[in-house]
Structure formats: C-alpha cells, structure tokens
Ligand binder design. Structure first.
Ligand code: COA
Length: 536
C-alpha cells in the first residue's frame, strides 16, 4: 500500500478561489449539455410530438435501456458552432447503454434537427460510435429517422473515407466480425437513411410512422413521373408483408423499442469480464476537492498527484521508479476495483521521464493492464542539454511504446496539454479507447502566449533582415490576434465540438466513467501488443 498524502489546504484563500472558478466551469458544462439535450428548434420538436405523435430521441433511448441505468454519451457536444451550421449534437445521439443487462452502442437520429439528416459532423460522430462499438464488440442499436444526406453539404458527406460511406463499410465489417446490429425504422428513412437499417441483422419498423425507401415520393415523381404514396412506397406493412425488407412490425415507438429489448435478450451469452475486479473502495479524500486543486491561473500546472489521490481507490498508488524521471508519475492503482496503469504528468517531459514511461507501458502490456494517461504537460524539454542527452530518441521510445500498446488506453486532459506532449500522452491520433477532458482541459501545438511570441520572433527576424524595426505597441498588435486564435481553439468545448474529445466530463464523474469504460474493455478479447523498434 502506498497512500498518497493530501497536501491540500481546503480552507486556504487560493483553494476557495480555485473552487469558485471551477464551479463556474461546471455551470458552463451543464449549459452546454442542456443545449445539446434540447435537440432541434421548438417548432420541430412540437411538430414531432403533437403532429406526428412521436417520441423525442432521448425519450426513446430512456425507454430502450434498463430502467435507471446510465447512458454514457460519446460526442454529446459535437457539432456546436461549426461553419456547416449543425446544432450541438450534430443531429444524432450516440452512446453506450444497458439493454437487458447487455451493454450496447445506441445510435439515434434526431429528426427534429433538419429531418435527422447527416451533416459532415453527423457522419463523423456515427463513424466514431461504430469504431468504439467495434473496439468493444458492442451490439449496435440504431434508431433511424433520417432524410439521409444534408444535401447542401455533400462535399463533407459524400466522396471521402470517414464520411457517410464509411458507415456502411463499418456495418459490413461489424457484421463480418459477428457484432450484432439491430435497427428500428421509427420515421421517414430515405436514401442513406434506408441503407443503414438495410445493412442490419434485424429491422423493426413502426406501423404508420416508419417509412423506408431509397427515394421518397417527391424524388420518385421527379425521377420517373410515378406518383406514389409513402405507405405504398416504403410503409411498415408493405415492407413486412411484401418486400420482406423489414422483419418485425411494431404498433408504436414503445412497442418497437420493447421488441429491440427482446431481440437483445436473444443475442446469446453475455461477454465475460476477463479481469479480476476487486471490491471498490472510495478515495481517502473528497473528489470534489479537485475543484480547488486545479489552479484558476492556467499558467500554473495541475497538481496531478493530488488529483490522483482523489480519483483512485483508497488513494493507493503503487508508484514505479518514483525517484527517477519524476516529471512523469507512473504507477498501479485501482478505479472502482479495476486495476489500471496510470501515467500522469508532473512537469515537462525529460529523457528520463520518457524512458520510464516506455518501460512502464511495456510492463502494463505484459500484464494486460489498461493504461490511463492523465495529461497536463507543456511538452518535451528543448535546448542543447536536452538534445545532447538524446531527448529525440527517448521521446520516440515513449511514443513508440504508447502507440504500439494494444491494452485498452484512456486519455484524460486535466490541464494544458501541449505540443508533442499532447500527442505522446495518447492524444487523439493515437486512438485511445476514449478521449476525455475536464472543463479545465486545454490542448494545442503551443500555449497561446508561446505561439504569439514565436510568430513575433519570426516576424522580428524578417524585419531585421529588411533593415526595419517595430515598436513594442506594434509587436503587441501583431501578437494579439494569434494569441486570441489559440485561446479560442485550445478549450475543451472547441475540441469536443470537433469530436477530438469523446466527452467533456465533470471531475466528479471521472471514476464512474472510467469504471464503465474499463468494464466494457474487460469484456472484449485481449489484443496482443507487438512493439515497434525502440531507438536506443
Ligand atoms: N438535405 C437538406 N435539408 C433537408 C433535407 C436534405 N436531405 N431533408 C430535409 N431538409 C430540411 C428541410 O429543408 C427543413 O429545413 P428548415 O428547417 O430550414 O425548413 C428541415 O430539414 C425539416 O424538413 P421538413 O420536410 O420540414 O421535415 P419533415 O420532418 O416533415 O420531413 C424528411 C423530413 C426528411 C422526411 C423530408 O424533409 C424529406 O423527405 N427530405 C428529403 C429526403 C431525401 O430525399 N433525401 C435524399 C438524400 S440523398
């Protein structure tokens, strides 16, 4: 047992000021979530409920999952403020929920947002949900009500990999891997919206409400002159009795969703947990104290050791090589009883920290222990001393180890995570199983001030070369827009809106979210790691 001692003075002025600032951030997070949960404009929601007599997508999900069980959303804040004009959520809801005691990926179109059509971000979010489902072998349940592509944005939806077509590619891949896919056609489902259910194993369709066709009545008339009603062209009874496209006829939304629960009941044995899970023990110190630990001054690094003490079971951290490369803490801990290998920054990455990290990742892969990267890092050390010491080869060792590791990996951005440090701490390109950030999380190639200074120095060199100079005011005027652009970009909500993060979470939710993710990973098969070449 190696208990982390608390060094936090929770009555200090600094603590209280930090906490007050963090509580504002939590309020902001709640506002973002509320906006995401609202769905489309009031007119569209009213029409959906009163005119069409349908249930809103979040209520459908609530009816589908086991009563009182959590729904962990991926990409909840995706799409906010993007130039393509998506609303927050990007017209689709994706997340993991329990159906008849089985964890499933649920993908639900929101027909109150532009008829549930697919924007570029909708495609990206749907593809991300499928990738997560493949990685964790989760059955996919798709609640379909979509007009297919949002036509004005075809260049971001249609031609390339990662766009709408990749949804089909993933569906076929999942099918080949034996991952079940079930859909409910809940409303009008056109073109791509019809292919998605067609590529599933079983389709439920709602009588009088669900329509499924490659081209709707308007398109058919325009293309061939044929005049045909919705019901005859793609109605539930036609598809269940004549075409055989759909398999189960439901009376209404609630009935259709209960049919899905029955189908899930017949998916065979529940996947078993491959890890021993100990009894969960709460941390010794209140998790809410994290609010007072994260400094409101973004220039002050996050005290990650004190944060770990409030996240892990019993605040018990078995540290590896505690006296070596101490700007990267590595150690074994438990979260709700699940064993995990933690790498947490405590300053800039030096050669020693990088080598220690690579060694630790190697150990975790040997032992099939998942990895959690807790990121708050200004980057790797620069300068002659560091270069002579071989920081490039040691950084490369760490990145090779982190990238090669095939144990489940999770990233949590707690503070500022910059440059190659962001990437090395299992940034998005390295495909962590989940990429999480706290509202205080920031990331970028450099911090805003460093970017502004770097560009100003480059400019200054050019001016000197041309025999010119500038005043302090001109220098500041030059720096201000660069600083502003990076300040606007580095925040958690920008990263979440682009889906570079899967979720922005309240620090107090971290243990529950990680436990859910670890439970999912432990129920999927172990993948062997094959390390790349380590430069020595
Ligand atoms: N591309 C872009 N915008 C679309 C769209 C599409 N495929 N389908 C619908 N919209 C827009 C509408 O213009 C409307 O926009 P507004 O809110 O600015 O007025 C909004 O989505 C809602 O459409 P509306 O027809 O009022 O909603 P609805 O719920 O009655 O019907 C559909 C939804 C999807 C059934 C219907 O709009 C439709 O049939 N769309 C065409 C589907 C199609 O042919 N898709 C082919 C894609 S390859």
């Amino acid at each position: 047992m190696s208990i982390i001692k608390s060094t936090v003075h929770n009555q200090s002025e600094e603590f209280i000021a930090n906490r007050n600032r963090y509580l504002e951030r939590i309020e902001e997070l709640q506002e973002h979530r509320q906006r995401a949960h609202l769905g489309g404009p009031e007119k569209a929601r009213k029409r959906h409920i009163e005119h069409r007599e349908q249930i809103l997508p979040r209520d459908r999900i609530r009816l589908l999952i086991d009563p009182g069980s959590p729904f962990f959303e991926l990409g909840e804040l995706a799409g906010d403020g993007l130039p393509e004009g998506t609303q927050v959520g990007a017209s689709v809801i994706t997340g993991v929920g329990l159906i008849n005691s089985r964890q499933c990926m649920i993908i639900a179109n929101d027909a109150t947002v532009k008829g549930g059509t697919y924007f570029p971000m909708t495609c990206k979010k749907h593809v991300r949900a499928q990738t997560f489902a493949i990685q964790h072998r989760l059955p996919c349940i798709t609640l379909v009500q979509s007009g297919g592509a949002f036509l004005p944005e075809q260049e971001g939806i249609f031609p390339d990999e990662g766009m709408f077509g990749s949804i089909f590619v993933n569906q076929i891949e999942m099918s080949a891997q034996g991952i079940p896919q079930i859909s409910v056609v809940m409303g009008s489902s056109t073109a791509g919206g019809a292919y998605i259910p067609a590529l599933c194993d079983e389709i439920v369709i709602i009588k009088g409400k669900g329509f499924m066709y490659l081209g709707g009545p308007q398109l058919v008339e325009a293309a061939t002159g044929e005049k045909v009603e919705h019901e005859a062209l793609g109605g539930a009874e036609m598809h269940c009795r004549d075409s055989g496209v759909t398999d189960h006829l439901a009376e209404d939304d609630a009935h259709g969703l209960s049919m899905v629960r029955d189908i899930v009941r017949n998916l065979g044995n529940l996947p078993e947990q491959r890890w021993d899970v100990a009894k969960s023990v709460p941390p010794l110190y209140p998790v809410e104290e994290i609010y007072g630990i994260v400094n409101q001054d973004t220039k002050i690094p996050t005290a990650n050791r004190q944060i770990l003490a409030r996240l892990i079971d019993g605040s018990d951290f078995d540290e590896f090589k505690a006296n070596y490369g101490d700007t990267l803490m590595c150690g074994f801990a438990k979260i709700h009883g699940f064993e995990i290998g933690i790498l947490a920054n405590d300053g800039v990455m030096f050669s020693e920290s990088a080598k220690k990290g690579a060694h630790f990742i190697n150990l975790c892969c040997q032992r099939d222990i998942p990895l959690l990267f807790v990121a708050d890092v200004p980057g790797f050390m620069v300068g002659e001393h560091a270069e002579r010491g071989g920081i490039a080869k040691d950084g490369a060792k760490f990145i090779t180890a982190m990238c090669s590791a095939k144990v489940p990996k999770y990233t949590l951005i707690t503070g500022g995570s910059y440059g190659a440090g962001y990437l090395a701490m299992c940034g998005r390109p390295f495909k962590p199983n989940a990429m999480l950030a706290w509202p205080s999380g920031r990331a970028g190639i450099m911090g805003p001030e460093q970017v502004a200074n770097t560009l100003a120095t480059v400019r200054e060199d050019i001016l000197k070369r041309e025999g010119k100079s500038w005043t302090e005011e001109e220098r500041e005027e030059f720096k201000a827009p660069h600083r502003k652009r990076f300040e606007d970009s580095e925040g958690a909500y920008n990263f979440a809106s682009k889906l570079w993060y899967d979720a922005v979470i309240d620090p107090t939710e971290t243990r529950e979210v990680l436990a859910l993710l670890l439970d999912l990973a432990g129920r999927s098969p172990k993948v062997e790691t094959k390390f790349g070449v380590f430069r020595q």
